[in-house]
Design a protein around this ligand. Structure first.
Ligand SMILES: *[C@@H]1O[C@H](CO)[C@@H](O)[C@H](O)[C@H]1NC(C)=O
Length: 155
């Protein structure tokens, strides 16, 4: 092999390895929870696919990032994520104390705020499409800071 062929091969291998292991974040579609609850400005997630409903792999970790502008100040934010099925099923083993881990506190009204979360896709779920509903609440007042719904497909 010539050196340029070796270089090309190395680049090709690197691209294949990178795309297989590191999921790139992309914008995902989301919906409003209810008319009186604040929606994020944008939600990003590391999906296994490039478009459509976000695919997540069993046994993998996928990062979520939501950007929103809160209407309230908060020093204690609760994160609550559940499947939005015919009954709401709370996802087990999730961190609910968001401050300092998933969000910088205090959250200040009117200031663009970032919430980040690493979702562990445990392997007891069935491969299926799941509607997810995510709420951030101020624990002191019980006010909803932001709420959004989206879908993921476990593959
Ligand atoms: C929210 O926090 C900011 C910054 O600390 C403060 O200036 C503002 O007065 C607070 N607003 C309310 C409603 O408490």
């Amino acid at each position: 092999m010539r050196s340029w062929q070796v270089a090309l091969l190395a680049v090709t291998v690197a691209v294949v390895v990178l795309s297989a292991t590191a999921f790139q974040p992309r914008r995902i579609m989301y919906g409003r929870c209810s008319s009186d609850q604040k929606m994020p400005r944008a939600v990003f997630m590391t999906c296994a696919n490039r478009r459509g409903v976000c695919e997540v792999r069993m046994g993998s970790r996928h990062n979520l990032r939501a950007i929103f502008i809160p209407d309230y100040n908060s020093t204690d934010v609760e994160s609550y994520v559940r499947w939005n099925s015919w009954i709401e099923i709370k996802l087990p083993g999730q961190n609910q104390d968001a401050c300092g881990v998933n969000i910088n506190c205090p959250v200040v009204a009117g200031v663009p705020t970032r919430f980040t979360y690493t979702l562990d896709i445990q392997d007891f779920w069935l491969r299926n499409e799941y509607p997810v509903i995510w709420t951030l609440t101020d624990r002191e007042t019980d006010e909803t800071l932001v709420c959004f719904k989206f879908k993921i497909t476990i593959v």
